[in-house]
Design a protein around this ligand. Structure first.
Ligand code: ADP
Ligand code: MG
Length: 250
């Protein structure tokens, strides 16, 4: 369980999160929706430990984590501005977190190879980020987030920058990984058909608050907040590419 209690975050005179309280269940895929500037990125950065709240408390599985640094929170994260290490190969990028934890070489090797296979980049382990496509890089970032087997992964629009054909592939990959490894996955999304397809639960943020949260099915069938209603009313016909991939888990 991820709990936020009266969390406040201000940047100068700007309020990113105002008295934010929420509970997110673990073991689930949770999608966060909300307009630009509603505080989504700020929230994830604080849960990950990359940012400190001005006041309020954050608990993960009942433990207050405010004073625990990012590296000790056991959270994997994928942020757009938290890029791969440019001068490290795919292998070393994925191995990094395990090396920091002083895991022995043999175990690291096994885990890294397993992950490279999982993300479908076998044979590319010696490449550098500059030698990869955007989609491949993003997969490496995801493998890096998974390397230490975190129980929670937070991701800021992990696939938004990818080509649509790769997006569907990534969605299936997340589903498969989450099923196999059982971690919680809290991520910011903007593609509604993806949220509907992938997320067990959906949260909607507006003006620095969580205005609704619940089972994705329920939110989509009976949105309560005006913003959610407008957002869903504007939803175009489902993306046929994503529709086609449904049930076709890679
Ligand atoms: P979202 O991810 O939902 O678009 P953000 O969390 O990025 O929202 O931003 C919430 C608010 O906080 C916005 O008004 C934004 O301008 C402000 N903000 C976020 N990060 C910073 C920062 N580093 N410095 C100043 N203002 C920021
Ligand atoms: Mg953002």
């Amino acid at each position: 369980m991820i709990q936020c209690e009266h969390v406040k975050k201000e940047y100068g005179r700007k309020t990113a999160l105002a008295d934010f309280s929420a509970e997110f269940e673990t073991g689930k895929i949770i999608g966060l929706l909300g307009p630009n500037g509603s505080g989504k990125t700020t929230l994830l950065r604080m849960i990950a430990g990359l940012e400190m709240p001005n006041s309020g408390d954050i608990y993960i599985d009942g433990k207050r984590v405010n004073d625990i640094p990012a590296s000790k929170r056991g959270i994997g994260f994928v942020f757009q501005n938290y890029a791969l290490f440019r001068y490290m190969t795919v292998y070393d990028n994925i191995a990094f977190g395990l090396k920091v934890q002083k895991v022995d070489k043999k175990t690291i090797d096994k885990r890294v190879k397993e992950l490279i296979e999982l993300i479908g980049l076998k044979g590319l382990d010696k490449r550098y980020p500059s030698q990869l496509s955007g989609g491949q890089r993003q997969r490496v970032a995801i493998a890096r987030a998974l390397s230490t087997k975190p129980e929670l992964i937070v991701a800021d629009e992990p696939i938004a920058s990818l080509d649509v054909s790769i997006q569907a592939q990534m969605v299936n990959l997340f589903r498969k990984l989450q099923k196999e490894q059982g971690f919680s996955f809290l991520f910011i999304a903007h593609d509604l058909s993806m949220v509907e397809f992938l997320c067990d639960r959906t949260g909607v943020m507006y003006h620095g608050k969580l205005v609704e949260e619940g089972r994705t099915k329920d939110i989509f069938a009976h949105p309560e907040h005006e913003y959610t209603k407008a957002l869903l009313a504007a939803v175009p016909i489902p993306d046929p590419r994503i529709e086609r991939q449904k049930g076709e888990v890679l």
